[in-house]
Structure formats: C-alpha cells, structure tokens
Design a binder for this molecule. Sequence first.
Ligand code: NAI
Ligand code: NA
Length: 390
Amino acid sequence: MRGFICTTSHPDGCAQNVKNQIEYVKSKGAIDGAKKVLVIGASTGFGLASRITSAFGSNASTIGVFFEKPPSEGKTASPGWYNSAAFEKEAHEAGLYAKSINGDAFSNEVKKQTLDLVKKDLGQVDLIIYSLASPVRMHPTTGVLHRSVLKPIGGVFTNKTVDFHSGKVSEISIQPCNDEDIVNTVAVMGGEDWSMWIEALKAENLLAPGATTVAYSYIGPSLTEAVYRKGTIGRAKDHLEATAFSITDSLADINGKAYVSVNKALVTQASSAIPVIPLYISLLYKIMKEEGIHEGCIEQIQRLYQDRLFSGAEVATDEKGRIRIDDLEMRPDVQEKVAQLWNEAVTENLSEISDLEGYRKDFYNLFGFDVEGVDYKAEADEMVNVSSIV
Ligand code: NAI
Ligand code: NA
C-alpha cells in the first residue's frame, strides 16, 4: 500500500471478480437491451459493471475504452487491465464480440481509433456508457492539462474522516478552492468530453436511430455536501447533468437520448481518495446490509438496465430529468440512521457501529485481493496477454 493506492494487483483475483459479476447478471435473466455498446471507462467500477451487464444480460457486442497499465515482466498490470483481459476471455468463450482500446479517452487519437473500430466492426452503436473518473484531462484542442480537485467552495469544511486502513477517526479541515479549481474540475469531470464523444460519433454516422447515452453522477447526503455535491466535484456533476439535455437536443434528428443516472456511493479507486466519503460509506454499508438493501456496482447497474433503461416502460426520472438508482441509499430512514451513527463515530467504537471491515474488503477486492475462491498461495502469472486489447 502507498497512501490510498495498492501498488500491486492479483490477476486471478481480478478474473474471479469479473466471473462473479457475470454470474450475477446471468442469474437475473435476459434484458431486452442494446446490442452494440460502447463503454468509455470500461475497466473498473460502474463502467465495467455496465459492460458486463450489456454483454451477459443482452448478448451485446461491446467495445471498451479505458486507461490501464499492461503487465510487464515481474510487474503486475493495473487491476482494470486484468479485469478487461478476464472480461474479454469470458465474452469470447460465450461467442460475444468484445474488443478494447487502452489509451487516453480525452484525446483525439483515441476517439478516432474508437470511431474507426466501431465503423469497421459494428457499423453503428445503440448505447454509449460514459463512466470516466480521472484526476486529470489534457484538453485536446487547447493542450491545457486540467487537474480536478476535491475541495469545498466558499469556506473551510471541517468534519470527521477515517483512515480506513488504521480505523482511526479524526477531524479534517479542507481549505476552500479558488475559481481556477472550479474551472479545472469542471473541465475534467464535467460534460464537455462526453459531448465531444457523442458529436464525433454522430458526425461519422455511427449512432443508430434511437441511440441512448448514459453518464453517471452522484448526489449523496447533507453530511458530505460541502466537499462533494456543493464542492468543486459537484460543479462538475452539475455541468455533466446539464450536458445530458444539450446532447439530447443534438440527437433530435435520430431520436437519440442522453441520460444521467445518479448512482449509489460505493468503494472504487475514485471514491476512496475523497476525504470524509469512506467514513460515510462504511456507516452506510452497515445500515444497508442490516436492512438487506446493500448493492455493489453490478447490482446497481443490473437494476439500472432492467428496471429503468430497458424495462419497456418510459424511463422514470426525477424532477431534474435524472435516473435515480441511489433511491435506496437516499431513503429517509437509511439517511437518518447513518446521520445518528455519524454523530457517535469515534475510533474506539468504529469497528462495532460501522462496516469498516466490509469497506476494507471491497477496497482489497478492487485489486483482486481477499476474493473468495482464489488460491493466493499458488503461483500467479502476471503476464496475461490479450490480443483484442490494443
Ligand atoms: P473507477 O475509477 O472505478 O473507473 C474509472 C474508469 O475510467 C476506468 O475504467 C479507467 O480506466 C477509466 N479512465 C480514467 N481516466 C481515463 C482516461 N484518461 N482515458 C480512458 N479511460 C480512463 O470509477 P467509478 O467510481 O466507476 O466512476 C465512474 C463514474 O461513476 C464517475 O463519473 C463517478 O463520478 C461516478 N459515480 C461514482 C460513485 C462511487 O461511489 N464510486 C457514485 C456515483 C457515481
Ligand atoms: Na467505471
């Protein structure tokens, strides 16, 4: 471990995680969904779950775009690489088309490479999932390197946080951002790149009639509001949500539609780096597991597809046009209980009142560790080779 980053990963553990997600999707039955799917940010978290749900729920052909480190002799790949290798293997064995592009999705080059692949192999796509989470974006036209920050706007934010490795609860104060921080965070995590992707696909006639595109957002409770939804990242999510409307307008002639889905707080590489959020998640997990309503990425996305996007009925949205699969997290009784635990939380009682253990397990699972059914004593081969990832 170095800070919040695990510097190694386990190929078999990552593969087992992917297999478990595939089994879950298959156990829920067929979804009458899109058949030609492009997933941008396809290698981990919600994007990987989306790719798996499309492929194994709807027999879809999938192209995945991501930015991962391949293995080198004696050095493991990043988990998203192993996840993708395992996904492609399973997809090919099931007779499904699956190819991937490993590179910077913000760049013109990777967009062009992807467009060429869509044109050559699929003709058109009917679903585009946009699930990037990145701390930086090199702007393709200005050449400016934008860095996103996780800061409050307008005032210092002070609250509890936990170091989830040690279980130590402490108080953290985060200094407010400046105006440039907001601009930069919106440039990285807002909707500009999403709309660039859709424009580029449309310009080459690669969007099927009625094509749908979905990006992911988060709202969360008042506890985290100052650092999340009302902070710099929240401005980016506001921009992303507004972009859904402008994309929908731009797709009127092909009857296309852009949605934002608001998802539940979950342990991913992206969220573990945000202060305060891990404490919230470990308390939320405790309550949601007690209530029998806990979900991981795959349960969330399977439900998004089956009950919202492809239920056959009109897609249900909130007053701001957003799909809500954070409905269980945001249930008033759940939030009330979490807020109460939040007030009580100290280092001494945290292992009892929270699901810190579940948090840690999910975190190690991200890197392929602590996964049931994997023999960690056996020799593992880090040099996984996959020709369909370019
Ligand atoms: P993640 O870190 O698991 O996945 C990020 C994906 O983006 C990976 O596939 C990675 O390879 C790819 N990526 C990053 N930079 C890239 C680049 N320059 N070029 C190509 N690919 C790149 O993150 P997670 O949590 O699945 O986030 C996805 C979306 O879901 C984000 O918009 C996030 O804000 C949103 N979300 C996350 C929640 C959470 O609690 N984790 C809750 C609700 C929404
Ligand atoms: Na993702």
